[in-house]
Write a protein that binds this ligand. Sequence first.
Ligand code: NAD
Ligand code: AHE
Ligand code: ZN
Length: 387
Amino acid sequence: TQGQVITCKAAVAWEANKPLVIQDVQVAPPQAGEVRVKILFAALCHTDAYTLSGKDPEGLFPCILGHEAAGIVESVGEGVTEVQPGDHVIPCYQAECRECKFCKSGKTNLCGKVRSATGVGVMLNDRGSRFSIDGKPIYHFMGTSTFSQYTVVHDVSVAKIHPQAPLEKVCLLGCGVPTGNLSLCFITGTLGLGAVWNTAKVESGSIVAIFGLGTVGLAVAEGAKTAGASRIIGVDIDNKKFDIAKNFGVTEFVNPKDHDKPIQQVIVDLTDGGVDYSFECIGNVSIMRAALECCHKGWGTSVIVGVAASGQEISTRPFQLVTGRVWKGTAFGGFKSRSQVPWLVEKYMNKEIKVDEYITHNMTLEEINEGFDLLHEGGCLRCVLSL
Ligand code: NAD
Ligand code: AHE
Ligand code: ZN
């Protein structure tokens, strides 16, 4: 297949809010600096549902969604040295080129090399797509497009992982689990990488509130527990999440529907003035405000993880910040993708982090629309598709 166009099945999003269509697509060979990957397993993340909803300003149609997956390199383009056919890999929507000013800053895991292309659904080389159907181009998504049996990614957007790692599980390390497991690198210390940037340094004894107990929120709970948090308060409107959440370290549950008071007040009252750290893992701007305002005066830090729709804005009284609360955000949990995803895979293989526990459903690519329904209905953490 090397050097040739591959025809394979993919789930195509033709327009916003319409079911995906499973059909044949043509996948062109990788150009210079690109890698063609046979995707074996792909999970659904809330962000895929968000873009499919039509509210993502970077969501272009028709496209192939998907960004949490694992597979095997089929072929590589000119100049690609770090992976070769047969390597087991996880595509990384947050690239790591190690050369741009972001990568060199030591202050962030964001990378600037291919972002201008991945944000508009094309590859950097010729600013074109490698996907087509009968000659009509189909946009890429997040530089990954993993709801396809074959995809093409930039070489800076692919992490080579341990060949024995179970791909049907470690696909989750492409997004949700690392995103939430923010405090992990802090707790475990050096990563052999030099400067490690962390979003929130949850210290032992901290009180933590987590808004939204999906995969991302539960991974925050796991990280907070490992960091030694004394109380982990989980907030969700889906009661089904509470039983599951106990296994991830959540110690107390609050359903905003059970209270008349604003949720920030409920949490302030529960915690003698507020929490040390809060995390918004939903993508709802009024909850982002609540998450900031339930933080303790003087030091409480709130981290935005959820992705809110285009046109949405956050607000609070500036006095909240004047009096010492801190508002921040994170992408992919601050992890440097190509360097740290392989390390996370090994942590999983050594049973130091959970992955299996987030998989509540297994389906085939053909069933992808049912997977999206599950995500909306609740009760579902990760649904893993086999391709
Ligand atoms: P999910 O849908 O599995 O979980 C969201 C949870 O929030 C659900 O349990 C739901 O019941 C709960 N919820 C919804 N509305 C609520 C409300 N008003 N009050 C309390 N709880 C509420 O989603 P996920 O895959 O875990 O992703 C969570 C968020 O994180 C999404 O916005 C996603 O786009 C975003 N995300 C961000 C990054 C990043 O790098 N920043 C990475 C992955 C996902
Ligand atoms: N296109 C969206 C941006 C969405 C967003 O913030 N994405 C997160 C990852 S979500 C994964 O599930 C992210 O990494 N952001 C940093 C980046 O470089 O995109 C919008 O709303 O515009
Ligand atoms: Zn995601």
